[in-house]
Design a binder for this molecule. Structure first.
Ligand code: PLP
Length: 377
């Protein structure tokens, strides 16, 4: 019997690095260095090297990374932070949690990402920061966003939870990893992310020495010296066991991204001519690490395609079914800046197909055949 097709296959990936992971976890248990073990420093040094960031601060998860980033910038209640309406809730939740005002903006219909043009329309005298989200694994077009931020003196916090490994190219040809372009970058090591651990984890990136010190302090109860608390912080640590897994996986991250990209190219080559759907668009300014492979299904057929695939044992997911402006939690705290029609249209039409490092052409052929069968009916 064939293996069941899965949205992600973490077990298959684990089997390929099992000896390293098992040995590393056992070492942590043997030494009982569960908190702040040496492997955390080792991993963050390696991630610094990989990403090109001057500082990498580990923390407990991607949501904390965003929260700590906002806390470090000294924003005050009522300050506005611009965020795309089409994203995972965490990008905007932390803004509300800190008493700041999330201002939602629309996204580009083909890349799903925010653009400088949309951000520009939302800037007010109270705007202090922008959170561009590199959704589904492709960088936002950062050069015009950085220029705009500079003109208006705004901080840029990149939500890089879905795009670690992606590289952005500026017009002068220089390249930067996503998460190392803005004032601060944030990422998540949630298991299904492109660099995932076996629980929760996250990290914060910056080139700024002073900011790095502040971020580190906030993540550690606002202390630099033990029991001396200079600011209100939180308790946000990466577990040593998670660092061991990330250390084992980091050398393979580029291969993982390449495997996802190859799978995406295979989907696109076989699906692009089907009338009734739109394949994801890649911009020349960024590599795409395909955290998700997301189609737009036209003519209101998204849900019936999802059901049809499910009837054949093929999973597909809707990321995300509601844009932020439809979420009750934000009703009373947001300032609507402009029309959010594209975000609504995407929420109604997107469907993500299985994509992961272990996906085979045979599995993709089954998925592609099913999508074709649906549209020929
Ligand atoms: C996963 C994710 C987060 C949050 O990461 P956690 O580690 O789950 O807290 C934030 N933003 C985006 C876009 C994400 O996909």
């Amino acid at each position: 019997m064939n293996k069941k097709i899965q949205m992600v296959d973490l077990h298959g990936q684990y089997l390929k690095i099992k000896p390293e992971v098992d040995k590393g976890i056992q070492e942590v248990i043997d030494t009982c260095a569960f908190i702040n073990g040496p492997q955390i420093k080792e991993f963050t040094e390696e991630l610094k090297e990989y990403s090109g960031a001057k500082h990498v601060i580990p923390c407990a998860n991607g949501t904390d990374a965003l929260q700590i980033a906002l806390m470090a910038l000294g924003l005050r209640p009522g300050d506005e932070v611009i965020v795309p309406a089409f994203t995972y809730v965490a990008s905007a939740e932390v803004i509300g949690l800190l008493g700041l005002t999330p201002v939602m903006v629309d996204v580009d219909p083909y890349t799903f990402n925010v653009t400088a043009d949309n951000i520009k329309k939302a800037i007010s005298p109270r705007t202090k920061a922008i959170i561009p989200v590199h959704l589904f694994g492709q960088s936002c077009n950062m050069e015009p966003i950085m220029t705009l931020a500079k003109e208006h003196n705004l901080y840029v916090i990149e939500d890089n939870a879905q795009a670690i490994g992606s590289v952005y190219t500026f017009s002068d040809g220089s390249k930067r990893h996503t998460g190392t372009i803005g004032t601060i970058g944030c990422t998540s090591f949630f298991p299904s992310k492109n660099l995932g651990c076996y629980g929760d984890g996250g990290a914060i990136f910056t080139h700024d020495d002073q900011l790095a010190e502040k971020l580190r302090m906030i993540a550690n109860h606002g202390q630099k010296i033990k029991y001396h608390h200079s600011v209100i912080g939180c308790n946000s640590r990466l577990d040593t066991i998670q660092a061991v897994i990330l250390k084992a996986k980091l050398p393979y991250l580029d291969d993982y991204c390449a495997a996802r990209k190859a799978a995406a190219d295979y989907y696109t080559a076989n699906l692009k001519d089907i009338k009734g759907l739109i394949v994801p668009q890649e911009l020349p300014s960024s590599t795409h690490v395909y955290h998700q492979y997301t189609l737009q299904i036209l003519d209101g057929k998204r849900d019936s395609l999802k059901d049809f695939l499910a009837s054949k044992g093929i999973p597909a997911m809707i990321y995300y079914p509601l844009p932020l402006q439809q979420q009750e939690a934000f009703k009373d705290i947001t300032r609507a800046a402009e029309s959010l029609n594209i975000s609504q249209q995407l929420a109604d039409s997107v469907l993500s197909l299985p994509i992961h490092t272990e996906l085979t052409h045979d599995e993709q052929d089954i998925i592609i055949a099913a999508v074709k069968e649906f549209f020929n009916n």
